[in-house]
Design a protein around this ligand. Structure first.
Ligand code: 4NP
Length: 166
């Protein structure tokens, strides 16, 4: 089997959107028997919630869908992540800009062959007419985010399977 494919989801606080995507993606990967081939992580651009478990709203939705988030705690994105992942998927345009700035500061080889694909989550769902996954920390609408996360993770898994021959 080919080398492990590593996926990182990035949001602002790493307690609402990106941990939801991490848990859902890992669940889908496991359902497909690909847990040895595809590894999933998440991080935040901000540092307010380091070490905290996912937000209650995210936990509620994951519990409802029988998806585990055991052991998950918030961490901050860092320059080394650029070299450690194949797909870095940012939940909104600001997260993308901020994550790219962190990577740029840590490396001058952005754009080289073998670099990760760094893009926004909604690029996985063209046709939805929105460019950002809304932040439920402010909106309180975790259900809306779950629907987007589930659809986007399915699309991402399809893309990875196609691109990595899995
Ligand atoms: P997230 O949501 O980026 O989806 O985890 C947020 C969580 C915390 C904060 C902002 C957004 N905060 O300002 O603490």
């Amino acid at each position: 089997m080919s080398a492990t494919t590593n996926v990182l989801f990035v949001c602002l606080g790493n307690i609402c959107r990106s941990p939801m995507a991490e848990a859902v993606m890992r669940h889908l990967v496991k359902q497909e028997g690909l847990e040895e081939a595809i590894k999933v992580d998440s991080a935040g651009t901000g540092d307010w919630h380091l070490g905290h478990p996912p937000h209650e709203g995210t936990r509620k939705l994951l519990d409802h869908h029988g998806i585990t988030y055991e052991g998950m705690t918030a961490r901050q994105v860092n320059g080394g992540d650029f070299n450690g992942f194949d797909y870095i998927v940012c939940m909104d345009a600001k997260n993308l800009k901020d994550a790219k700035a962190v990577f740029q500061a840590a490396s001058d080889r952005n754009g080289a062959e073998g670099d990760p694909a760094v893009f926004t989550f909604m690029e996985l769902l063209p046709g939805h007419g929105i460019s950002d996954v809304p932040d439920p920390y402010y909106s309180g609408n975790f259900e809306e985010v779950y629907e987007l996360v589930e659809a986007g993770c399915k699309a991402l898994l399809g893309r990875i399977r196609a691109e990595k021959n899995l």
